[in-house]
Design a protein. Sequence first.
Length: 258
Amino acid sequence: MKHAKRRPLIGISACRSEEAIHPFNRVSEKYILAILEPTCGIPFIIPVIQDMGPEIDHSIYLDGLLLTGSPSNVIPAEYNGKPSVEGTKHDAARDKTMIPLIRRCLQKKIPILGLCLGIQELNVACGGSLHQRIFDLEDKFDHRMRRDVDDHEKRYRPAHNIRVTEGGLLNKITGEEEVNVNSLHAQGIDQLGDDLAIEAVAPDGIIEAVSLKKADQFALGVQWHAEWPRPIGSFNEKIFRHFGKECQYYAETKNLVC
């Protein structure tokens, strides 16, 4: 009797919120759904607890890591940046949990897909830095397009084009050279992290996608929300399906890799 393949276990980064009486960890269901289909994995929510995060090595159990978006910005101290403008939202628990975990996953060649804040975390974990407020830069446009719109369909509508690097990983996965994507971010990549390659840029030069240069290891970050709207469009679906295949391969071969 032939047994079905075990689905890869894919960790999803949570966010910590203190907006209720008790702090809580949360993950938007859209990320869970994206792991179930089209990634075809088993979602595992990774809690973020500032005092315990660095000590717990979730990478032992994972076949893949999905870095979600969030309203928070990476704390500038994580990349030797200047102090944030007053009122900037941060999630120290997530920073202290996910950045060390990203580095562990990179060491173990665990596949990584970063979305929005996730590409920024990946860049910081690789030694890069961030623009905290793109909209304050003279030669850049405001990438927070429709961020404050309550209507989900309007909020995540395509906002601007990106130019995909010819011959790069994203180009090979999707077959596309130019695509229109949504845009809801205030931060953006400044100094590119070590061992990362640019996969796409916006018309104003802001980096919109990066990948790990190492051919034998999958890590891809995109600055847009590829997980929404649903059903996921063809371009983004190809990204998730490829991520799923990388996670499946890791699940089947990790005893040889680690």
